[in-house]
Design a protein around this ligand. Structure first.
Ligand code: HEC
Length: 141
């Protein structure tokens, strides 16, 4: 009986530790729109420039390294936002994302950089340019 109690206590403490760790470092927080966030209209031409700019990342990549000619976009990209994106779900625990949140997700993960400031013209521009790519995207299946 004593053994069972200690096993129970151990698993309880384990679960507690795991949930505290999650609360302390919610991986989705950095790509989640801040409260009251109002997306602004972005400059598509600036967005295209930034999309090709390797200075945005810390690893020599630009968005275009992966996404030129609609590369790396999955079928989900054809759907209106918010929708589920596998990377956002698996890496950031986010069930659905807005387009600007996905831009932030790619800034953090594949670009190994910090999220852009939410009120920046850079985020608005990249979001506007990516939205323009979405219009001509045809999933292959
Ligand atoms: C190293 C490759 C890589 C780089 C660099 C990269 N991405 Fe991505 N991105 C991906 C992959 C892979 C996915 C698909 C994730 C999925 O469907 O699970 C994706 C998904 C996306 C999506 C969501 C598509 C959807 O299904 O809704 C957007 C938007 C996006 N990227 C924008 C960007 C932007 C903007 C940049 C530059 C700041 C960028 N990406 C840089 C690999 C990359």
């Amino acid at each position: 009986m004593k053994k069972l109690a200690s096993i129970l206590l151990c698993s309880l403490l384990g679960a507690l530790a795991a949930s505290t760790a999650l609360a302390a470092g919610d991986p989705g927080a950095q790509i989640t729109r801040p409260p009251g966030y109002q997306p602004k209209a972005g400059d598509v031409a600036l967005g295209e420039k930034l999309f090709n700019d390797t200075k945005l990342s810390t690893n020599g990549m630009s968005c275009a390294s992966c996404h030129a000619n609609h590369g790396a976009f999955q079928v989900s990209f054809a759907k209106p936002y918010p929708h589920t994106v596998a990377m956002a779900r698996d890496q950031f625990g986010r069930k659905t994302v807005h387009l600007d949140e996905m831009v932030q997700g790619c800034m953090v993960m594949p670009m190994a950089a910090k999220p852009l400031p939410w009120d920046s013209k850079e985020l608005a521009a990249l979001t506007a340019y990516t939205a323009s790519l979405q219009k001509t995207f045809k999933p292959s299946k």
